[in-house]
Design a protein around this ligand. Structure first.
Ligand code: ACO
Length: 316
């Protein structure tokens, strides 16, 4: 029998969103929509839009908070990964600039990952893999997005959904802590696409209903695969932290899993869908609110463009 590899301990977290708040009412002056429609169909009430702040600025705020809270020696960091689909440049990566801004050690891999809304959990998985082969104990994992810059503010089907923000975690390998993941991808450039063509502004296009169907089908499968792999019953999960795209998606997942909705953290009312930042912002808020106790089982699931999905069972 193979020895069990160490799991992940989330040592500290941080999150940040730009100051500028855009309410549903604000959007109703821009496109033909209403607060009532958006709240009812998505659960979103507000979102934060950057006014001049770059992706890097958001990442710095969230990461600095996590590092300060962790109290670690930054020379013990073995990786710096930023999950994003809205970096400031194609190159250099947000992660490389974050390394410079925070004065992090140069002798570690620093890079961005793009798995859209599944990005943070892809990055967490990758960071663990790197640490398993490293002499260093810790990794910095960030999800950071400036989605406002890639929105078509005339498309009411997409512009009402998204917001800007960043979330971060300092993780360490932890013997005896359970970590079970399930990641996947299915090539699809019609459901959600943000094109990259010469002379064309990068704008998110989305077939909302198709993504909705994908999400309500995939998230329960992802949860059940992880529970099965982990040998854990769904009732043993203390919190489910799903990608904050739509309240109705989360309600549908809770119903399919026959789990109380109270176990599903929700904050899309404040931030909208912040893609790769959504799961780490939720984890950071929950951590700040003191919801986590040592030993608790937290099951995180992301899904999004790619199409991609990713789930991770983390023991707090
Ligand atoms: N305000 C008012 N009416 C609207 C709006 C709006 N903002 N947007 C759409 N409508 C209208 C439509 O035009 C349509 O009108 P019609 O019936 O006259 O044609 C009607 O509302 C219903 O439209 P649907 O698209 O069927 O509405 P639905 O209930 O599916 O909700 C939504 C749309 C909110 C986009 C939903 O499909 C959704 O949340 N999808 C998932 C999106 C998601 O999770 N994305 C995550 C991945 S993103 C990433 O990875 C980067």
């Amino acid at each position: 029998m193979q020895p069990t590899l160490p799991g992940i301990h989330i040592v500290a977290t941080g999150h940040y969103a730009p100051e500028k708040v855009i309410t549903n009412d604000d959007l109703s002056h821009i496109v033909d929509t209403s607060d009532e429609w958006i709240k009812k169909r998505t659960g979103i009430e507000r979102r934060h839009f950057s006014e001049g702040e770059k992706n890097l600025d958001l990442a710095v705020h969230a990461a600095r908070q996590a590092i300060e809270q962790s109290g670690i020696d930054i020379n013990e960091l073995g990786a710096c990964i930023v999950a994003t689909f809205s970096p400031d440049y194609f190159v250099p990566s947000v992660a490389c600039l974050l390394q410079r801004e925070l004065g992090l050690p140069e002798e570690m891999p620093s890079f961005d990952m793009n798995a859209a809304c599944s990005g943070f959990l892809y990055a967490l998985h990758t960071a663990r893999g790197i640490l398993l082969q490293s002499e260093k104990r810790y990794a910095l994992v960030v999800g950071s997005e400036i989605i406002s810059k890639v929105l078509d503010m005339e498309d009411r089907g997409t512009c009402i959904l998204f917001g800007d923000g960043a979330g971060a975690a300092v993780i360490e390998l932890a013997e005896g802590k359970q970590y079970v993941s399930y990641l996947g991808a299915r090539g699809d450039d019609t459901s959600i696409v943000c094109p990259n063509a010469d002379g064309v502004r990068h704008i998110v296009h989305m077939d909302g209903s198709s993504v909705f169907r994908f999400a309500v089908g995939t998230v329960p499968v992802c949860v059940n695969k992880i529970l099965e792999k982990a040998g854990v019953d769904k009732d043993e999960i203390d919190y489910y932290v799903c990608h904050q795209a739509n309240k109705r998606i989360i309600e549908s997942v809770a119903a399919k899993l026959e789990q109380p909705i109270e176990k599903f953290y929700m904050n899309m009312q404040e931030y909208g869908n912040t893609s790769a930042a959504s799961v780490p912002i939720a984890l950071s808020e929950m951590n700040q609110a003191g919801l986590f106790k040592p030993g608790m089982k937290v099951l995180c699931v992301g899904f999004g463009a790619g199409l991609t999905w990713a789930g991770a069972l983390i023991e707090w």
